[in-house]
Design a protein. Structure first.
Length: 409
């Protein structure tokens, strides 16, 4: 009798959850074990800074699947327990309890860990980070009209939390080390526009601000900046980014470098070990560079691709990156990836907050950011995928359908 194989997924999140589902959908009949440090079954993270934070959606709607799904699919959930090590010689995952789980194939989908604020007073009560559902529920309990919150960091998490707090009726101050919000992702030109948007909604946005310390007896009461200002508050939310959670791979033969290094099939340099999602550093054949993405779409799609690769598929993972952000009544969608560009051209109306910005380098479209113009995303994706020279004047021409440029390419 042939013994069935065991596939272990470390990371009971969106990426790991979709991978486990895909293994069953693709016909794998061996043992599937899904390990998660959180006590919750796989859920969506985007609502945590938006509608779930604002009490606008029910808790159950955030989860990928109902509890009975995992029992029906014979997916073993090991929740509320951390995988502490991987023994590559014995082909085993070691849990923090000391239990050892043998595997034939392993997917590391551990995501990221929040960067902590390293200043005096950062451990005071009332200082929050947003990564997990439990984090979200703690912050949500603080949201009440008239209260004062300081948000440290104006990346997407900080900007979305700030918008949600403002919508809920709080007084919001955002302290950002860079010159503009969202500058790392969108660049200074688009970041300035988002700075104006937040100010228009009543946010006290303070760019180029460094944090010196947090003060209070037990509960945080004020944030002291490096220029001597004291910003009073009832609580603080810190959103200064995440780092890839590579602890399982460190100290082993698995190659690490800004995440876990994988090939176009999500395979690490160790036979039978794969990585996907926020933790994976992978080659993108369309953009012709290595990426490590912290996006919902990448986590979901790469989780599916990794599961298929575990089953022997030779189809490379070759998506055009895409993400979105909802702030106030504005929907931002971004497709592609531009680490640098030599020109941005705009189609539509910036004052009306209905436009698309195209990021060009050497005449090729690298990325597009659409604000309340979702219809431009699909043709932009196809132009990026085609990797052809694009006429900037035609991109700007509202009288010309973007789809016609795709056909021409």
């Amino acid at each position: 009798m042939v013994q069935k194989q065991t596939y272990i997924i470390v990371g009971a999140n969106l990426c790991g959850g979709r991978a486990a589902e895909t293994l069953r959908q693709e016909g794998f009949d061996g043992r599937v074990v899904l390990i998660g440090a959180e006590p919750e079954r796989p859920y969506e993270r985007p609502p945590l800074s938006k509608e779930f934070l604002r009490h606008e959606t029910e808790r159950e709607r955030v989860f990928l699947r109902p509890p009975e799904f995992y029992a029906e699919q014979e997916i073993e959930l090991r929740l509320g327990v951390r995988a502490s090590a991987v023994d590559l010689r014995e082909r085993a995952v070691v849990l923090e309890t000391g239990e050892r789980l043998r595997f034939d194939r392993l997917l590391i989908a551990t995501g990221g860990r929040v960067r902590r604020l390293a200043v005096p007073g950062a451990e005071l009560e009332g200082v929050y980070y947003l990564r997990t559902m439990a984090d979200c529920e703690r912050i949500a309990a603080e949201l009440a009209p008239g209260r004062r919150v300081v948000v440290i960091g104006a990346g997407f998490i900080g900007a979305e939390v700030a918008a949600s707090a403002r919508i809920t009726g709080l007084e919001v101050t955002v302290l950002e080390g860079g010159q503009v919000p969202l500058g790392r992702a969108l660049g200074p030109e688009m970041g300035r526009i988002y700075g104006d948007i937040h100010r228009e909604h009543g946010i006290d946005l303070r760019p180029s601000t460094r944090i010196k310390r947090l003060e209070g007896s037990r509960q945080v009461e004020r944030v002291m900046t490096s220029d001597g200002e004291a910003v009073g508050c009832d609580f603080v939310v810190v959103g200064i980014g995440i780092d890839p959670e590579t602890g399982l791979a460190e100290g082993t033969d698995i190659e690490v470098g800004n995440g876990i290094i994988v090939d176009e099939h999500c395979r690490t340099n160790v036979e039978g070990v794969f990585a996907a999602g926020d933790v994976a550093n992978f080659p993108n054949p369309i953009l012709e560079e290595r990426l490590r993405l912290e996006h919902w779409a990448n986590a979901q799609n790469q989780g599916v691709a990794a599961a298929k690769a575990m089953l022997g598929s030779e189809e490379p993972y070759a998506d055009v990156p895409w993400f979105w952000s909802d702030q106030y009544d504005l929907n931002l969608q971004y497709v592609g990836y531009a680490s640098s560009w030599d020109r941005i051209v705009v189609r539509g109306s910036v004052p009306e907050r209905r436009f698309t910005a195209f990021y060009l380098k050497d005449g090729r479209l690298r990325a597009a950011m659409a604000l309340n113009r979702a219809r431009d995303i699909r043709p932009s994706r196809e132009l990026i995928r085609a990797r052809v020279q694009v006429d900037a004047e035609k991109l700007q021409d509202e009288g010309l359908e973007l789809r016609s440029l795709v056909g021409a390419s």
